[in-house]
Design a binder for this molecule. Sequence first.
Ligand SMILES: *Cc1c(COP(=O)(O)O)cnc(C)c1O
Length: 373
Amino acid sequence: MDPFARLGLRAVVNAKGRYTTLGGSLMAEQVLEAMSAAGRSYVDMFELHRRAGARVAELTRNEAAYVCNGSAAGLFLATLACATGPDDVAIARLPVLGDRDEVVIHRSHRMPMDPAIGLAGVRLVEIGNVMRTEAAELRAALNARTAAVVYMAGDFFAQGALGLPETVAIAHEAGVPVVVDAAALLPPVTNLWHFTAEVGADLAIFSGGKDLSGPQASGMILGRADLVDACFRHGSPHTRLARGMKVGKEEIAGLVAALELYLETDHDKRLERMDAVVATWVDRLGMLPGVRAERSFPNSMGQPVPRAVLEVDPAMAGLDARELAKRLAGGEPSVLVRIRPHERRIFLSPDTLDDDEARLVVERISALVTGRG
Ligand SMILES: *Cc1c(COP(=O)(O)O)cnc(C)c1O
């Protein structure tokens, strides 16, 4: 029986996307098999980390890789790695940091996940403002105490920040590594090597439980071999500060399987299927009274992910967007859609739904708007 139903939880139809709050993503059969097989034998975890890291590096065209339990852990480990390097004495001294205890970050890159950087004990030094950052501000912020520049990639974070190539060039002049948080920036698949191998960032961090559709508690740190080695020395199974960031053998096996599958996937075909679902939604939902439906592309991060966006006129539709979202969520099964507080628009994501679920979304919205639901 469904373990969630056994605990009394309601079934969920997820038209929002891949969110940690909804359990990340769903795993393919071969990923589940890899995890399940991994749970059946003992293994040397030091060796598993090394071998899995080498495989992930090969697949992602990076010099080295470390499998972690998610991007938040990745930010923490990457920060520690940049602060200490692969120096076992410095690593064993933690949580007392040495002389490199500052991380530079654009003010426009501050976001809810960045306490994971501060957790390493470093001080965040902000540069620029939400509108603009000068190259001279970055230069002035870099000094002997600087462990790293942490950079948020994606269109949403671009306004007000220096570009990544310029950031890398200035940081490298000062001998400071650049860590890119690319947690949710798949697709496109080319991002796996773009930030590091192509643009020259020292490390890039990706979540395993988002578009990769690996285990929810998995992620990867890709890039420079000495820094990746330092991440390994900080992390479990070592009994050091970052022991709490343990990733299990099941997650490691699952992440590798998910990554292999992701690289074999025909992403053009996947996009076609998403577009077909969105086109049907736009057609069918746009016919409802008081509903304007459009295709939205790309997403706010600039990724090639189509969605349907609905604007609801309450005078004609009989309810507003928030009430519609609330009633969809309150039904059985619970249909979850993306709506931001104070927004009148609803976003529907096709990628987390099968065809039956995509039809159900149309039926439920139609019924609520026409007053039959
Ligand atoms: C999702 C996300 C994280 C956290 O990733 P987890 O794998 O859930 O730990 C960090 N940064 C950004 C930008 C994210 O989108």
